[in-house]
Design a protein around this ligand. Structure first.
Ligand SMILES: Cc1ncc(COP(=O)(O)O)c(C=O)c1O
Length: 439
């Protein structure tokens, strides 16, 4: 904190309170926020010097941890040279990142574009889709999808308190998806034979007009409650897109860059979308997002998708370093190994505590649904809210699916650099808090 005083002079606690109260709102979170003053790896400290392990990665963005020394070194070097260019100009980090990302991209996604926010990347993907499927009207998105909070992406996202804005976007149709723990059709997988996929076909024929522009989905729904699908569902979705000649857009803004134990969810499920959007973890704590697409697709015309700060060289230098760190520190494997270990320990707890309804998700993208009753699966919402508070009290910040109408999913998605000792503490606190919130 003293570094701020060095630059800007003394400030009082009242200055901070005034500043806090001047915020217009609209961000994510409730109650009095934790004020983070120091980040290191998977941990951070608040103003009182209390340490927390961060199982949220600050909205998935700190995959390589907070203030990774190599990211800071790359950024510090970059800011001595170029901090900003308009998107029409070249920079070395931009060209190196273009090459690196398209080398790493799944399948034939060999063209890349940038923005600063995931929502804008998704709108970019929508624009590309519209260019390539002109004269069509509709986008499809699964129930409980989340793809951002700009006007267009709000419509792709699950209903939440900003519902009033949805009236302005009418061209998104939502479909029931393979949320097998709570099957929309009350069927059981695999005996259902993926009835939901066949239903989607019927919906496209009879409720949409037979010719949607594109289907947009998170391969694993984070905000919706860490919902991953049966492997064959992903292939079925790809087939349906091909049958109706619509584009498949995967929003990998959460799942990209190691979170699921591979560079992308596309590598886990063996399905390549036509457009893939990315963001969050790529910047190592700096803002960067974008989209990868097949080269045969018609891309943006000049002026279609240009934003003043979109080609932020500082974030691009950070991104190059993030990709290097993932490789040097073997973080894809770390994500797989630590994720499997945590999941195994949670499953052991599930045998003891009735409140743990379902545990799911690959790599370090783990969701735990709390239920009041395993038979009825009634969501344990109040218990989940209390779980978060009790975790914070014990020095672990767990994630939660707050806006989902179920509101009962606890998330464990720490930075991939989380240490073994931190993992043990997370599990110890998890079990202690489960005991506290269990009826
Ligand atoms: C899956 C997904 N898509 C899109 C977004 C929107 O990204 P941003 O908040 O950077 O606009 C988010 C952000 O939480 C997200 O989780």
């Amino acid at each position: 904190m003293d570094y701020m005083k060095d630059f800007f002079g003394e400030y009082t606690e009242q200055d901070l309170i005034d500043g806090m109260n001047a915020f217009a709102g609209g961000g994510v979170g409730t109650g009095k926020p934790l004020v983070i003053v120091d980040q290191k790896g998977a941990s951070f400290k608040d103003m009182d010097g209390k340490e927390f392990i961060d199982c949220t990665s600050q909205a998935w963005s700190l995959g390589v941890g907070g203030c990774h020394p190599k990211v800071i070194a790359a950024v510090t070097e970059q800011i001595q040279h170029v901090t900003h260019v308009r998107s029409g100009f070249g920079t070395i980090p931009k060209y190196l990142l273009n090459k690196r990302l398209t080398d790493l991209a799944p399948g034939n996604l060999k063209k890349v574009g940038y923005s600063l926010h995931g929502s804008v990347a998704n709108e970019g993907a929508m624009k590309i889709a519209i260019r390539n499927r002109p004269n069509r009207k509709y986008f499809l998105a699964p129930w409980l999808n989340y793809s951002g909070r700009t006007f267009a992406t709000l419509a792709l996202s699950y209903p939440h308190p900003n519902n009033q804005y949805l009236n302005y976007m009418e061209n998104v149709v939502r479909f029931p998806h393979a949320y097998c723990y709570r099957c929309p059709f009350k069927l059981q997988h695999p005996s259902c034979n993926l009835h939901c996929a066949q239903f989607l076909r019927d919906m496209i024929e009879h409720s949409v007009d037979g010719e949607p522009i594109a289907l947009i989905m998170e391969p694993i729904q984070g905000g919706g409650g860490m919902i991953d699908y049966p492997p064959e569902y992903y292939h079925e979705i790809r087939k349906i897109c091909d049958e109706f000649d619509m584009l498949l857009i995967w929003d990998e803004i959460q799942t990209g860059f190691g979170r699921v134990g591979e560079m992308f969810a596309s590598n886990v499920y063996g399905v390549v979308p036509d457009i893939l959007t990315f963001g969050k973890a790529i910047g190592g704590g700096f803002p960067l997002a974008g989209n990868l697409q097949r080269p045969e697709l018609d891309t943006f015309a000049p002026g279609d998708h240009g934003f003043t700060f979109a080609h932020f060289p500082v974030a691009m230098a950070a991104a190059l370093m993030v990709l290097q760190i993932i490789e040097e520190e073997n973080l894809l494997e770390r994500s797989r190994v630590v994720g499997a270990y945590i999941t195994k320990r949670l499953k052991e707890m599930q045998e003891k505590y009735e409140i743990i309804g379902d545990i799911r998700g690959p790599g370090l993208m783990i969701g735990i649904e709390l239920v009041k009753d395993r038979e009825t699966k009634e969501p344990a919402r109040e218990e989940a809210a209390r779980f978060i508070d009790e975790g914070i009290r014990r020095g672990v910040l767990f994630g939660e699916s707050r806006y989902l109408d179920l509101g009962n999913c606890i998330k464990i998605k720490p930075p991939m650099v989380i240490t073994d000792e931190e993992v043990e503490k997370v599990l110890e606190v998890f079990e202690e808090v489960i005991r506290v919130v269990s009826p």
